[in-house]
Design a protein. Structure first.
Length: 338
């Protein structure tokens, strides 16, 4: 069997990781023949809980899991990693201003970007899940460069992508596999634009576009978009905890497709540093439809999709929010002298 991959998961004592680490260790992400060394990072205060997660992973008796390494030291965590799931972040507490939350997270991702540059393999691939995910990834990429290419750093919008796919499948009366090529544009936030103009639905054996399959333009341009945008908040209200199972599954899908490539004629949504496509300024960590080549593990933004006036307005709004977040984050970077 191949040499083990070294996979880092941060926030490993938290909610999302409780679902995530099992899925990784059991082979759902890198395949059933790929041995793994799992490095689990959390903050020192969480070290007892982290040990509990390690004990459970050991007790799962998973043949692919060659090593589990709990750490509370960032430098040690990032050493030689092939893949990193950056889930840990400063949670929003009651009464906390957005600005304070952003500043706290900028500190974490500045420091983790540097740790990546210092220790990780130059080929390492990174998914940022911790919120605000796009901006955290932007800061991480800034401090990991030039040793780590910004192309190796991404933020997760796959949960939004999966939510959109599931909504369309339910409305069209088909199963998940019958829906492909939805798009999430922009920020993982309330301004994201879930777009099904280019999506395909397989209904009764023939592929049609999603608008025809659903047959309800008002729903597609209204309720559908807001259900996907607000799903996270609705789940918090129902569960009193954030969506952890579905977030973990989405993170696995994201890295699985990066590692194995996207199937022919299929794209997925990932927030990546813009190359200027669709008028999005270069470097902005923006969610796009991407295809991934299995051999090079390099993503490409899908080109040539038509953007109508309705879509352009939505793209502008989410871009503006991302630029504001980026500027605030850069200011916080200058102010923090770590
Ligand atoms: P949680 O609060 O249960 O766990 C977070 C863990 O991160 C805690 O154990 C905490 O100690 C740890 N942590 C904090 N700072 C750290 C640092 N500097 N290094 C390492 N670990 C650190 O939170 P949960 O529910 O697991 O969510 C994690 C993050 O994912 C949150 O920021 C949440 O908003 C975000 N999220 C993102 C989604 C997306 O679609 N992009 C979807 C759902 C959640």
């Amino acid at each position: 069997s191949p040499a083990p991959l070294r996979v880092l998961v941060t926030g490993a004592a938290g909610q999302i990781c409780y679902s995530l680490v099992y899925q990784i260790a059991s082979g759902s992400v890198f395949g059933k023949d790929q041995p793994l060394e799992l490095v689990l990072l959390d903050i020192p205060m969480m070290s007892a809980a982290l040990d509990g997660v390690v004990m459970e992973l050991v007790d799962c008796a998973l043949p692919l899991l060659h090593k589990v390494i709990p750490v509370t030291d960032e430098k040690e965590a990032f050493k030689d990693v092939d893949y990193a799931f950056l889930v840990g972040a400063m949670p929003r507490r009651e009464g906390m201003e957005r600005k304070d939350l952003l500043a706290a997270n900028v500190k974490i991702f500045k420091s983790q970007g540097r740790a990546l540059a210092e220790g990780a393999k130059s080929t390492t691939k990174v998914i940022v899940v911790g919120n605000p995910a796009n901006t955290n990834a932007y800061i991480c990429a800034k401090y990991a460069a030039p040793k780590i290419s910004p192309r190796n750093i991404s933020a997760m919008t796959r949960l939004d992508h999966n939510r959109a796919t599931a909504q369309i499948a339910a409305k069209a009366g088909v199963t998940i596999d019958d829906v492909k090529n939805v798009i999430i544009w922009g920020n993982h936030s309330g301004t994201q634009f879930p777009d099904v103009k280019h999506a395909k639905v397989n209904k009764g054996g023939s592929a049609t576009d999603a608008y025809a399959a659903v047959g309800d333009e008002a729903w597609l341009k209204g309720e559908f978009i807001s259900v996907v945008q607000k799903r996270g908040a609705v789940i918090i209200a129902a569960r009193k905890l954030s969506s952890a199972m579905s977030a973990a599954k989405a993170a696995c899908d994201h890295i699985h497709d990066w590692h194995f490539g996207t199937p022919k004629d299929t794209w997925v949504s990932m927030a990546v540093p813009s190359d200027g496509s669709y008028g999005i300024p270069e470097g902005i960590m923006f969610s796009f439809p991407v295809t991934i080549d299995a051999a090079t593990k390099d993503w490409k933004i899908v080109q040539g999709l038509s953007i109508d006036e309705f879509a352009q307005g939505k793209l502008n709004a989410t871009l503006q929010e991302l630029q504001e977040e980026r500027d605030e984050a850069l200011r916080a970077c200058e102010e923090s002298n770590i």
